[in-house]
Design a protein. Structure first.
Length: 107
């Protein structure tokens, strides 16, 4: 099923189930992971290396202040949000067959 068909099915289900949702008790949602923001500034250096099992990204904070960043991965889950002090490094390792490095983003 394509993205458009999936969206139509979700909207249709929401409309048809609207009456039931109005009488059902509220469910608590699981806490969401921090959303990726805009692309991280150039002072966050990224060195991406392909590996046999995926890829590694070496992040270095050259910004002169603490930054919160994450690695955005196409076709797989993103990295957690990392807090990097000025001058700090973090090595993120992706192991999988579908993921591709997309970008590094603030979070």
């Amino acid at each position: 099923m394509g993205m458009r068909a999936t969206g139509v099915a979700v909207v249709t289900a929401a409309v048809l189930g609207g009456a039931l949702a109005a009488t059902a008790p509220a469910a608590s949602a699981a806490p969401a992971a921090p959303a990726a923001g805009g692309t991280a500034p150039a002072c966050i250096s990224r060195y991406v290396t392909g590996t046999v099992n995926g890829f590694d990204v070496l992040l270095t904070n050259n910004c002169g202040k603490t930054m919160r960043v994450k690695v955005v991965v196409k076709y797989a889950s993103d990295s957690p949000c990392y807090t990097l002090r000025a001058g700090a490094d973090k090595l993120y390792t992706y192991e999988g067959i579908t993921g591709e490095y997309d970008r590094t983003a603030v979070c």
